[in-house]
Write a protein that binds this ligand. Structure first.
Ligand code: RB5
Length: 363
């Protein structure tokens, strides 16, 4: 296990005790600072450690300032970080068991080095309880994911569409009593609403138009080339809703099945527009569950020259987002809802069941 450790001047003495204690139990990644005398701005160190944890170079982190508060406030700005000041053993225990804290912060002006070892020991040896606490953690992740930006320019965004119309329609398609006809219509409508928002920044160019009254300058799409690529078969349910808005988009198709032995997705069909390398590509897959087929579809597109790929899904599980971003960190993922988890059969919970079966009435 790798633990990233950092402090400012007010946490410096504590850091020596912490690294001494951790040294025997984990690999310590020292992110500074290395002198006590000068005042250091704690956000710089907090962001450094938080990024090491968020980007997977460290498993967890420990940050120390005067109180632990400034470090926690800063570290929590980084995606996937759950940091809190735990200057006593019980906070450290519950912070892990209930909140799955991946960064512990401590206050050099609040506790002395002596009681630090029991707090650290408790935090490290306590397990996250999951269950109802996982549901809550996933709510936090959903709130974080709905922010339309990412921490680093290289990493893709996760955008959750919390528009009331989208949320209303998602609730209807979740309902197991919704008919096939209504389900199909709503999937198209939601896909259209999502793409309306996704294409908000398409480039425009000026044109001259003669109205019945006068000549005027107006705006036209600057001819950006787009492609939609549904992953068969459920992705087909989203295509028409999108083509209603961007009728000149080209449509590719990707078919994948799961190898019964390896459980890996295997290509059985792939037909993409010839100039795929010049197009902005929207991969369509209503359910992002394990992320295996979406990631494989993106790999196929890339292997055929596709450059700028986004993934558009209706409902996603955190596991699927993680998988896609592990393999394709630059891909933007657009979703209408982020659900809690996968069940043992790989279905999203609560989800909406099998989108393909519900679209085509096969069950
Ligand atoms: C530094 O004086 C102090 O403000 C800092 O270490 C920390 O306690 C902030 O939260």
């Amino acid at each position: 296990m790798i633990l990233a450790v950092g402090c400012d001047h007010a946490g410096f003495v504590l850091k020596a005790a912490v690294t001494g204690f951790l040294g025997g139990r984990a690999e310590v990644m020292d992110c500074g600072v290395s002198r006590e005398e000068e005042p250091f701005d704690y956000p710089d160190i907090a962001l450094k450690v938080a990024r090491e944890v968020s980007e997977g170079r460290a498993n967890m982190g420990v940050l120390m300032c005067g109180t632990g508060i400034g470090m926690a406030v800063t570290a929590n700005k980084i995606r996937g970080v759950r940091a809190a000041a735990c200057n006593d053993v019980e906070s450290a225990r519950l912070g892990k068991a209930h909140n799955d804290l991946n960064i512990l912060t401590l206050g050099g002006r609040v506790i002395t080095p002596d009681p630090v070892a029991p707090s650290l020991d408790t935090w490290l040896s306590t397990s996250f309880e999951g269950g109802r606490h996982l549901v809550r953690i996933n709510r936090i992740a959903a709130a974080e994911a709905s922010v339309l930006s990412s921490d680093s320019p290289e990493s893709g965004r996760v955008v959750v569409f919390n528009h009331p119309l989208v949320q209303h329609k998602i609730s209807i398609i979740r309902d197991k009593n919704t008919s096939v006809k209504e389900f199909r219509e709503l999937v198209q409508e939601i896909a259209g609403l999502m793409v309306y928002e996704i294409t908000r920044n398409l480039p425009l160019s000026e044109i001259e138009v003669e109205t019945p009254v006068a000549m005027t300058t107006a705006w036209t799409l600057a001819g950006k080339k787009l492609a939609v690529v549904p992953v068969l078969r459920a992705g087909l349910g989203m295509v028409d809703g999108i083509l209603q808005l961007i009728p000149n988009a080209k449509v590719g198709h990707i078919g994948l099945y799961r190898d019964p032995e390896t459980l890996n997705p295997v290509e059985y069909y792939c037909k993409l527009p010839q100039d795929i390398g010049e197009r902005d590509i929207f991969v369509l897959d209503p359910m992002l569950a394990t992320g295996g087929s979406a990631a494989a579809a993106i790999s196929l597109i890339r292997a055929r020259g596709g450059q700028k790929v986004s993934l558009v899904c209706l409902i996603a599980a955190p596991e699927g987002i993680k998988k896609v971003h592990e393999l394709h960190p630059e891909v933007d993922i657009f979703i209408a809802a982020l659900d809690g988890r996968l069940n043992d059969h790989g279905y999203i919970v609560p989800g909406l069941g099998d989108a393909g079966d519900r679209l085509f009435g096969t069950k």
